[in-house]
Structures are given as C-alpha cells and as structure tokens.
Design a protein around this ligand. Structure first.
Ligand SMILES: Nc1ncnc2c1ncn2[C@@H]1O[C@H](COP(=O)(O)OP(=O)(O)OP(=O)(O)O)[C@@H](O)[C@H]1O
Ligand SMILES: [Mg+2]
Length: 369
C-alpha cells in the first residue's frame, strides 16, 4: 500500500502539488486525469522519488521512502515507470534491453533473465522481435517493449505517464491492449492519460487533478457520470467557461461585451448562439441592476460544444430577490423568448445567495406565456 501524506512540490514559479494526502491500495488501477500543468507527471515522479518533494511523506508498505536513510534504488525496483518516450537503449537488442536490469540489479543469471524476457515478449506479442534493435520497431512496438522491460523487474507498482500520447493513432490500440491485460492481473497501477474511454475501461479509481492536488477521487462512474465538483464536471463535459464580476451599477458594459465576444470567438460558438449569450447577459443586467442596492454579481457562462448549448449562472448578493418572477416586463419577455429554461434558486449558505440560471441554445425557443 502507498500512503501519501501532505505531499508538496514547489518549483520556483509554480507549486503543482500543494498538499496531497491519499492512500493507494494494492491492486488499485488508478487513472490520473486533468488539465495540462496540474501536476499529474509531478505526482508520479514524486511517488517514485525521481523528483524530491518539497515536503511531506510517501510511505510504501510502511516504509517512508522520503526519509533520507531509505535506499531509494531498492524502492524504485519495486516501482516501474513507463514514459511517453520509451527510453530504450538504442545500442542493445530488444531482449538485451529487457535482460539488463534483472541481471544488474536483481542478480539474475543470463539464462533466467533470457527466459523471463522471452516470456514477457510473448506476452506483449513481440517475441519475434527479440533480436531486433529498437530503431527497427514502430512506436507502438517500442512502447510494448518498454512495458515488458518494466515488468521484467517484477515491480509491485507500475506508473505510466501518458504511455500512448507520443504514438501514431494507429498504434494506440495495441499498447492499450497490453495495458488493459496488465490491469487485469491485479498489479497496482497508476496511469496518466488523456484518453477518457480508456481510463474508464481499465481503472477502478480515477484521480481528477486540479488546483494543486487531487481535486476529486472517485470510481470511474462517479467521475465520468456524476462528478461531484464543479471543475471536474467542466473538464469531463469539455465545457468552456467565462466568468464576469460586476461590482457597480456603472460597470464597464462595453468592456464586458468585448470579453463575451472574445470568449465566443475563442470557443468557436456558432454566431446565433453567441448573439443570445450576449443578449441574455445584457437583459439580465437590465433586470437586476435597478433592483440591487449595492450590486455584487457574478455571471458565469458555460458552453457545451457537445450539446451546442450554453448556460448562464448569475449569482447575486442581497436579500432574496427572484428576478424571474417579477421585474422589468420587457427584459423578462425578451429573456423568456430566447431561453429554453430559466429558473431561480435561493441558497442561504452562499455568499451570493440568489441564483438565476438561463439555458440557451441556437435552436427552438421556449414559448412565451
Ligand atoms: N522541473 C521543473 N521545473 C520547473 N517547473 C516545472 C518542472 N516540472 C514541472 N514544472 C511545472 O509544474 C507544473 C506541473 O507540471 P506537470 O508536468 O506535473 O503537469 P502535468 O499535469 O503532467 O501536465 P501535462 O498534461 O501537460 O503533462 C507545470 O506548471 C510545469 O511547468
Ligand atoms: Mg504530464
């Protein structure tokens, strides 16, 4: 079992891991997903101590491997790592690549290392390439060799950092098939991947990384179908998000219109929907601003490319005020004509307890009452 306690990794300009605590159980197959730069690779590298954490501890089967006295080479033998870029030795044949570490580090005889190496090559479907050099193989084959080489050390844990992202799309499947088989053997695995279907199919647990740590930890079903937290949901549904904050009646409405415009362009939102996003915002402000004593409004637009729809969530402070029920009739009529749904909720505990939601699409409108 791996136990991570208050792990922190700081670089001069960023702190990808702020305070990570988690337990990884024997046999867990964990997919690590999340936006670029959120510390997925850093987490893997801190687990096998390729990277020295700034603070915190990593315990492996009760041994603190972050302790200076710990023999890190021994630990690494138990934790194999597979990289995006294979890292095979070009001057050695395939079978020599695989035999090297078991002979050097585990003291295996040449015959033992060879027999085991051939068994693993058969497992990854490449026994006939034993005497070839890495340069003579395709990317997918090289990565399968790299996996076989990792397995030759008989590690308890295998860490894979985007093992298929450097591959030509036609070769992704063969490497995924090997990893999928491996996942069934009960080995503890952690895989950083951007391929969501694959993550879903092989793992019993998913870490969504964001905001300096493991932002959400759950089963594939939870993370992919019922994410509990906002950033996870946005990532999974590939939502494009814009946030605007208004703190005065005299807000810079032209500047904000420009921001909305830029967001729509950048997210490639179809023009008709983009117009509605713009108009819905303006009308909502018309509705709200005259009725709030000291306006404090947060407006968040989420665009779902998959559904070609957008949703404004407008939160505002002050006493309970359902602006969808009564307000400027004209603004309400315009909003009603262009939204698919519009609702209001009051959430006492929030800093801005009033919440309006407007669903927009480029298609059919809700009928005016
Ligand atoms: N050796 C380093 N020195 C300085 N900064 C680093 C170093 N390694 C990583 N970083 C920074 O730490 C942050 C996290 O990097 P990391 O590679 O762990 O992200 P990631 O989640 O794996 O991203 P990706 O999906 O792009 O691979 C990034 O901002 C990165 O620039
Ligand atoms: Mg990475």
């Amino acid at each position: 079992m791996i136990k991570i306690e208050h792990l922190k990794k700081e670089y001069p300009n960023v702190t990808p891991l702020k305070d990570v605590s988690v337990e990884i159980h024997d046999g867990d197959v964990i997919s690590v997903i999340g936006p670029s730069g959120t510390g997925k690779s850093t987490l893997l590298r801190c687990i096998n101590q390729m990277e020295k954490p700034t603070s915190g501890h990593v315990w492996v089967d009760g041994v603190d491997i972050t302790d200076k006295k710990c023999n890190i080479n021994k630990v690494r033998q138990k934790m194999g790592m597979v990289f995006q870029s294979f890292n095979l030795f070009g001057h050695l044949t395939v079978i020599e690549n695989i035999m090297l570490s078991p002979m050097d580090l585990l003291g295996k005889s040449k015959q033992e290392a060879y027999d085991e190496g051939m068994r693993l090559l058969r497992m990854v479907g490449l026994a006939e390439k034993a005497l070839n050099y890495p340069d003579e193989l395709s990317g997918g084959q090289k990565q399968r060799i790299a996996i076989a080489r990792t397995l030759a050390m008989d590690p308890d844990v295998i860490l894979l950092d985007e093992p298929t992202s450097a591959l030509d799309p036609t070769m992704v499947g063969e490497v995924q098939a090997v990893i999928r088989e491996l996942a069934k053997t009960g080995k503890t695995m952690m895989i950083v991947t951007h391929e969501m279907n694959f993550a879903r199919a092989i793992s019993n647990r998913v870490f969504y990384m964001d905001e300096g740590g493991i932002y959400e930890d759950g089963t594939p079903e939870q993370i992919f179908e019922h994410p509990q937290r906002e950033n996870t949901r946005r990532f999974i549904q590939k939502l494009k998000v814009l946030e605007l904050n208004i703190e005065s009646r005299d807000y810079d409405f032209l500047g904000m219109a420009g921001q909305i415009d830029a967001y729509c362009n950048k997210s490639q939102i179809p023009p008709k929907l983009a117009n509605r996003i713009q108009l819905a915002f303006e009308e909502t402000m018309q509705l709200l601003l005259p009725r709030l004593d000291s306006p404090r409004i947060q407006a968040v637009c989420e665009y779902s490319e998959a559904e070609e729809s957008a949703e404004w969530t407008i939160r505002y402070g002050g006493p309970r005020l359902d602006a969808t029920a009564d307000g400027d009739d004209l603004a309400l009529a315009v909003l009603g004509g262009m939204t698919q749904a519009m609702d209001y909720a009051w959430q006492e505990s929030e800093e801005m307890p009033n919440q309006m939601r407007l669903k927009l699409s480029a298609e059919a409108n809700r009928h005016l009452k």
